[in-house]
Design a protein around this ligand. Sequence first.
Ligand code: HEC
Length: 107
Amino acid sequence: MKNKILLCLLLLPLIFSTLYAKKQNGEQLFKEYCWGCHHQIAQAFGPSFKSIANKRNKGEIIAQIADPEGTYQSLGYKRNSMPSFGDLNAKELEALADYIYKFKDKK
Ligand code: HEC
């Protein structure tokens, strides 16, 4: 019993730090790769994350980041002006999509 409590106490910081790291990650990736063209809530060269989160699902967002050349038509654009970030791994794409979704309007 005592050991189990001790184990929980040891694991807690680990769990929190991974959760925190995941959150940090999306924001960091955004600042590193997307900030030049996208703003969280304002239209920039590209649409705001707020407007994206309000009209797309996560699959569409991930597909666009990894392969904009393959998705722009289905998203309704005449041509593609966004570079591909297909070298990001699945976790990074997911973190970016989660970050974008944070700006979705609450209903
Ligand atoms: C060089 C500028 C540029 C960079 C860098 C860029 N984007 Fe874009 N992005 C655009 C533009 C412009 C569009 C609008 C579509 C078009 O004109 O190609 C767009 C469209 C999108 C869309 C789809 C919009 C919709 O209508 O659903 C998503 C999602 C997106 N960008 C995410 C990202 C993410 C995430 C990053 C960083 C990893 C990023 N973009 C980096 C310029 C950029």
